[in-house]
Design a protein around this ligand. Structure first.
Ligand code: PMT
Length: 408
């Protein structure tokens, strides 16, 4: 999605990670965001307002009484215009103040006065982070709808090693994109799936050959996770059944982690009765080893050629399509390297699906493991529709808008 023109308040508090806020500011400015930097006086001991003013192209706000605009009520005017407030780094002290509603500087006053979402990127010593007071503050803030990015684990300025480092600016930036994307989905498609249960499969399956080897594929889960994230934003009760990937499940999904196609099959069958929508985004392995060696298969002089016998896995999409508990809309994906239309239409009929989203995986810049995709939508008796190349997050929304129309 485009961040152009989004109004972001970047709050900086007094921690050594304050210098990384400059990098986050650069990422936001490169995406054309309108960023207002608000610093606490402690933050100024770590990074100068002048640096941040030069990077943001605007005066840095530091003093609650400095406002000449809005009759001097600077915290109210700034707070009301924001699309998002990001506090990076957020110290233990500021987190505690926010939890208790203390408004003793411009930043904490803005936090009290805004109705925008607030993202905190905590940064502190590991013992301070693990302290039950901090943990309780974070839990309370999460329940109030605050969003938390990190903290990360690693070496700390004080010499400790553990959890408490501020997330890297790029990771905080990625979280900002996700939050603003969810906001825009909620505005455009608010509640269009509320009261509906959507079951989604994502990622690859892995099929073991022996205790250390397996057959798998290049699916990253990005497409399926993007759909799940959009489903939550549209109000659906969302079940995400995923093979092994390195993504974190989107907030608000019921998450089921699986490894093999057989495990994915069982999880899907348990989840679809009842469900309104099934979407098979996973790249399920078509075959598994007929027998899994209980010990590591060894290389030997006699064993110069190795034949592994494979047997077919159940076709989950087809079984859902033909199930007596068939959801109202059954959707699959077709990952093809050629003849997309022919194969997609064949899948539509053979698997008794209502909709097949075809993607051409011969193009490495879309499909497997990329952030973008390009989809052709095939439905029974209708002309195919092209969804032009865009981010998987945007396509996740488009996919569900198609499906929501079929439900009405
Ligand atoms: O995960 P990403 O890196 O973001 O990549 C996304 C993707 C390319 C994996 C995704 O967009 C996609 O195309 N998923 C389907 C990949 C695939 O395996 O297609 P297929 O043509 O083999 O299967 C067709 C459909 O049947 C799929 O909906 C699949 O989930 C389903 N299927 C296939 C085999 C099987 N045993 N059970 C199934 O349910």
């Amino acid at each position: 999605m485009t961040l152009s023109g989004k109004k972001i308040i970047l709050g900086i508090t007094g921690g050594i990670a304050a210098y990384k806020a400059a990098q986050l500011l650069r990422l936001l400015k490169k995406s054309d965001c309108d960023v207002t930097v608000v610093m606490t006086s402690e933050a100024e001991k770590f990074i100068t307002p002048l640096t941040l003013q030069a990077l943001s192209g605007k005066p840095v706000l530091r003093d609650i009484f400095s406002g000449t605009e809005s009759n001097g009520i600077i915290h109210i005017s700034t707070a009301s215009e924001a699309d998002l407030v990001v506090i990076a780094p957020a110290t233990a002290n500021t987190i505690a103040k926010i939890r208790t509603g203390i408004a003793d500087n411009l930043l904490t006053s803005i936090v009290l006065a805004t109705s925008a979402k607030i993202l905190l990127a905590p940064a502190m010593n590991r013992v301070m982070w693990e302290n039950s007071a901090t943990q309780e503050n974070i839990e309370v803030l999460k329940k109030r709808g605050f969003l938390i990015s990190g903290p990360a684990t690693g070496f700390q300025a004080c010499g400790d090693n553990g959890i408490g480092r501020m997330q890297e600016p790029q990771e905080i930036f990625d979280d900002i994109i996700t939050i603003l994307h969810q906001e825009s989905v909620s505005q455009k498609s608010a509640g269009i799936l509320s009261g509906r249960k959507v079951v989604i499969t994502a990622g690859p399956t892995i099929e073991p050959l022996d205790p250390v080897r397996f057959i798998s594929n290049r699916s990253s889960g990005k497409m399926g996770y993007a759909i799940a994230e959009a489903a939550v934003a549209m109000g659906a009760q969302t079940v995400l059944i995923s093979g092994p990937v390195s993504l974190s499940p989107p907030a608000g999904v019921s998450f089921i982690s699986v490894n093999t196609a057989l495990e994915m099959h069982d999880a899907v069958m348990n989840s679809i009765s009842p469900a309104d929508v099934f979407i098979g985004t996973a790249a399920v392995a078509d075959y598994r080893a007929a027998t899994i060696s209980p010990i590591k298969i060894k290389k030997s002089q006699e064993n110069r050629e190795l034949n592994i016998s494979l047997i077919q896995n159940p076709d989950i999409l087809s079984l859902v399509g033909h199930s007596e508990h068939r959801p109202s809309v059954v959707a699959g994906f077709a990952a093809e390297t050629g003849n997309l239309e022919v194969y997609a239409l064949k899948k539509l009929t053979e698997k008794n699906a209502d909709i097949i989203f075809g993607n051409d995986v011969s193009d490495q810049s879309i499909g497997f493991n990329s952030d973008q995709n390009e989809i052709t939508v095939f439905t029974k008796n209708k002309k195919a529709v092209s969804l032009p190349r865009s981010s998987k997050k945007e396509l996740g929304v488009a996919v569900l808008q198609f499906i929501a129309e079929m439900l009405t």
